[in-house]
Design a protein around this ligand. Structure first.
Ligand code: ZN
Length: 429
């Protein structure tokens, strides 16, 4: 099934490599993850000390885990961290003691609806410990004492952020952000990491118009910390997108920016409309991924979020079933191509002035009228030529024109390039 040269397979291989690592909002799992991403792109890593105040929050203590198990009174291992890192609640404090079944039950988490799946739970900001397990196994627990062993540490350390700036021709920036804090979960976490890695890799092969800032950060506290420490950079960020949940088989869903009618919103909707059969668009709500931090009133960046099935709307979400079978190379590749199409539009969306606005310029003389020229060169769509000439009135961008004409942006861009060559169009600066 896996072809190494195919981009979807390369994205999938990266997910396979990252899948076993136990990540959290801090700790060696994050460092290991960023180090693997660094094999593909020259990511910078920044450590922010535990205890540092970032806006209204404080960078938490660093959490690491080496192993954990739960044994019954016969000494049999009932739950083992080695089998799945989801078995231990994220940020569980170190524990080594015997407990009764009643006490143990207060620290066990299951999902009744899907009795064979392990749920994903964390307790970042309240010290606690817990095991997550399949509900079927939970039902089979016998009375008696249990041995709890969680070999973790929660100590002063640091939180690690990954960042890459791909320089462009202008200092205007597009922010691309993904979270890196989930353990063995593929769609929610790893698919976004894979897409951002390959999107950055692709951009680095060219010299884009915009400067791109990629953030690989733990959810919530990571974006809050980055924003608190980089307020001087915010004015350059013209727009941004949060990437996650791009590997499942569902259709695309775009969550608009807080403003709702920005160039980014138009570009995403246009790219989706001309790439896939069905998709949905939702208004901004102050809940979800890191777009809620970027879009807080005092930050006010225009940041959207493009996923396949939104979080919480697929049964596998935050369970052990969000695994390597749930994401597919072709789905990852399709998502990457949609993102690339969005960036192509943003990179190439400019506004022009028609140099001969009084009636139509004579196109035939310039080889721009249908059936003239007779060359084998690709000819622009005739209607695209006419739309571009008519709406290049200094007020409509090429994306505006593509929308009015109902034509793909690429056709409008191609027609504009030909008109520029014939000196019929001039860029409005
Ligand atoms: Zn999540």
């Amino acid at each position: 099934m896996v072809d190494n040269n195919d981009i979807g397979s390369q994205m999938y291989h990266l997910i396979e490599e990252l899948y076993p690592i136990c990540r959290s909002i801090t700790g060696d799992g994050v460092r290991k993850t960023l180090t693997i991403i660094k094999k593909h792109i020259p990511l910078g890593m920044q450590e922010i000390a535990s205890g540092e105040k970032v806006f209204d929050w404080v960078v938490p203590k660093e959490w690491n885990i080496r192993g954990a198990y739960l044994k019954n009174s016969r000494g049999e291992i009932i739950v083992d961290f080695e089998e799945s890192n989801l078995h231990v609640m994220g940020y569980s404090i170190p524990v080594r003691k015997r407990v009764s079944l009643d006490e143990l039950r207060q620290h066990l988490f299951t999902t009744e609806e899907y009795p064979n799946w392990i749920p994903y739970r964390t307790s970042y900001y309240r010290e606690n410990w817990g095991f997550c397990m399949a509900h079927n196994r939970y039902l089979a627990l016998e009375d008696g004492d249990y041995e709890v062993n969680i070999d973790s540490s929660l100590e002063d350390g640091a939180m690690t952020l990954g960042e890459l700036v791909v320089p462009g021709k202008t200092s205007d920036e597009i922010l691309v952000s993904t979270h890196i804090c989930h353990p063995s979960l593929c769609n929610d976490n790893l698919s976004g990491i894979a897409l951002c890695t390959f999107l950055a890799k692709h951009l680095m092969e060219s010299r884009p118009r915009y400067t791109y800032r990629f953030l690989f950060i733990p959810g919530t506290i990571g974006s809050i910390a980055w924003l608190a420490l980089n307020e001087d950079k915010l004015a350059r960020i013209t727009m941004g997108i949060v990437v996650t949940l791009v590997g499942d088989s569902g259709g695309f869903t775009y969550k608009k920016t807080r403003c709702g009618d920005t160039e980014l919103d138009a570009a995403v909707v246009h790219a989706l409309a001309h790439s896939v059969q069905t998709f949905s668009v939702r208004d901004f709500v102050p809940y979800g991924y890191d777009e809620r931090q970027y879009s807080s009133p005092g930050i006010n960046l225009q940041v959207g979020c493009l996923t396949r099935t939104p979080f919480g709307e697929f049964p596998q979400y935050h369970t052990s079933a969000d695994n390597l079978e749930f994401v597919k190379p072709n789905q990852l590749a399709e998502a990457l191509s949609v993102y690339q199409r969005i960036l192509y539009i943003l990179e190439n969306n400019k506004t022009y002035r028609n140099m001969y606005p009084k009636c139509e310029p004579q196109l035939g003389r310039r080889g721009l009228y249908e059936n003239t020229g007779g060359s084998n060169e690709r000819q622009p769509n005739q209607m695209a030529i006419l739309w571009v000439l008519n709406y290049s009135d200094e007020r409509h961008s090429l994306l505006d024109i593509a929308e009015i004409a109902g034509l793909p942006f690429e056709d409008i861009r191609f027609a504009a390039d030909r008109l520029i060559k014939c000196r019929l169009l001039e860029e409005v600066s």
